[in-house]
Design a protein around this ligand. Sequence first.
Ligand code: SAM
Length: 375
Amino acid sequence: MTRQPGTGVRELRTAADLLRTLESGCYTLPELYQLAERAGLADRADGRRIIQDGQEQYKRRIRSALQSLRRQGRARQDDDQSAAWLIEGTTARPRRALLLWLPGDPGQAELVLGAAATVLAQADEPIDLIVADPPYALGRGEHRSAYRRTYGRDHSQVLGGYIDVDPAAYADWTAEWIAAAGAALRPGGYLAVITGGQQAARVQVAAEDIAGLTYVNSIAVKRPFGLYSTRRYVHAHHRVTLMTRGPLDSPQRVFDRPTEMPRGRTGQIYAVDVWTDIPDERRPGLLRYDNALHPALVSRLVRSTTRRGDLVCDPFLGSGTTLVTCLSEGRRFLGGDLNPEALRFAMGRVLAEIIPALRPAVEQLALFDAHEVPA
Ligand SMILES: C[S@@+](CC[C@H](N)C(=O)[O-])C[C@H]1O[C@@H](n2cnc3c(N)ncnc32)[C@H](O)[C@@H]1O
């Protein structure tokens, strides 16, 4: 693990770095309970209720128990006291994880190991934006797959376990999770689905016909390196299919034009649906997760369609690009993936690379005071 001088940022280079980061930055529920007992928190009048599972307000209670412990300096001492994940399961296979981040606990984030349709159906409240980057049904992860033959990438620093979809089942599978997405959105909320051109049509039809959503935009995002082919045009863009729940003219629908987009002659923002400025995501020499998006793409979607404090869900978490964006942009986050390695990578990345980098801004500007969790 390499430290970036003066920043507190630790780079994750190997699977061992990831394991070390998770072991020092995660608490299991039994561990938390023991710590709370030792600190006398569990002996108060409301006793064990403080952190017991199955209670109403369960999440808030366990977050505030850990927060109290950390404030009192009674939590485990490690070299970065500002954030921890509270997990159900183990660091090898987390089933659910809640982020606790001091000071002020600005970044409310929850990760769940599970299928997209289930995670969406279990959301605690209506969701403002769902960012979904589902697998492309190209046989990723399989030996001799079309994907591997075509891209031939070095996978030695790529975490495994990526789950793809059977191409023959893609239509039904898409219909199932998109129906759950439509039901989970608040009126005026958005579904943004990132696919290749081939799958975009199916996504739009499922969103309109099955989930009853309204078409907003189809955004072409140029890929710096297209998928080379000689017998048809080179695939050189991603598609973002942007849908909303309810009519286009709903006053509940947020749309803020991103300020970094091109300007017209009079200086007004010209927010076009062709994006040519998004780089490929690269982590040279670092541990990676397959097929990650660049944060600039997700950040633009999040900033234009939600406000601070809104709830964003990414049911195909992968490396956690949407999680990282939400922490940076002050949005609450719910994420899910079927692959435990995706949860582990996203959790480790947040602890080692993201929060140490964001902390100075949060501490100096008190950016997120509005989201402080009540004790
Ligand atoms: C294209 S990747 C997401 C990459 C992510 N946007 C990023 O930037 O890192 C798709 C992810 O969906 C996961 N996945 C596949 N089937 C799933 C399902 N039914 N429910 C939830 N996740 C699934 C895969 O394991 C993979 O991590």
